[in-house]
Write a new protein. Structure first.
Length: 260
């Protein structure tokens, strides 16, 4: 864990975490519609990943997915073992903590699975600095709202990946994306259980937020670039993640493996 965390701005000057993310999602749609997404893709040296509207590639999807899983890994790690974790009472309730420990391990393993398929982080690093909204861990409500917003975005991106790979006659990759998406949907529902949302399983079908995975790339940028209203977090080590999850939880998690 990095000791040099930026000092948070005054509470009343920082947008709620989910508002920052929703603004990012809105911006991603605007960029897609105006063709400005090309410039963002080139920032990460992924020319060709999103070179035109609706233009995905297998490599680009894998890279975006690895990056999203890195963001999720840091989010869950900080909620479990970060310095602000004691503020998140419901998360650490004995009935709920194992939800988040399991989610942390699952997101971390998603990185390994996607990496085995050839995916690499858009940041160019296996252990990047990740930037999360400054108020993300101020209380359980802020954290769980951010979790819900991000998991919905991840679900939408994986749905777009399924669509792309199906259109390219790559059923193995499509099934891989569906397998991971199903787990992200579980995370979303269990976060809503913890927040007391009723019902926690409140959708008939998951939302298709993106027409293509390249639509989601600009929504990821604040989490790897930082900016106003965001705070830097070091990516945890393998040992830190294992200690936060605990051996008991890891042993209880099934791993049937990806299809492709």
């Amino acid at each position: 864990m990095s000791a040099d965390r930026p000092v948070a701005p005054p509470e009343n000057s920082v947008a709620a975490p989910e508002e920052l993310v929703r603004a990012s999602l809105t911006r991603s749609r605007f960029l897609k519609q105006t063709g400005a997404l090309v410039g963002f893709a080139s920032l990460f040296g992924i020319v060709g990943t999103a070179s035109a509207a609706g233009s995905d590639t297998t490599q680009g999807i894998l890279n975006a997915a690895v990056t999203a899983e890195q963001i999720a890994t840091v989010l869950y790690y900080e909620a479990i073992a970060g310095p602000s974790a004691p503020r998140l009472g419901p998360v650490h309730d004995h009935n709920n903590l194992n939800y988040f420990q399991a989610a942390l391990w699952e997101e971390y393993q998603h990185i390994q699975l996607l990496g085995a398929r050839g995916g690499t982080s858009l940041t160019g690093s296996a252990t990047p600095t990740i930037y999360l909204p400054t108020k993300a861990f101020s209380n359980s409500g802020s954290f769980l709202s951010l979790l819900d917003t991000l998991e919905n975005a991840f679900i939408g991106a994986y749905l777009a990946a399924v669509s792309y790979w199906a259109s390219q006659s790559l059923p193995g990759f499509a099934e891989d994306a569906a397998q991971i998406m199903g787990v992200e949907a579980e995370h979303r529902a269990l976060g809503r259980v913890t927040s007391g949302s009723n019902p926690p399983n409140n959708v008939i079908v998951e939302g298709a937020l993106f027409g293509s995975v390249s639509d989601a790339v600009p929504a990821l940028l604040p989490f790897v670039q930082g900016g106003s209203g965001y705070t830097a977090y070091a990516f945890p080590t393998d040992a830190q993640i294992r200690a936060a999850v605990t051996a008991t939880t890891m042993q209880a998690i099934s791993d049937p493996g990806l299809v492709a």
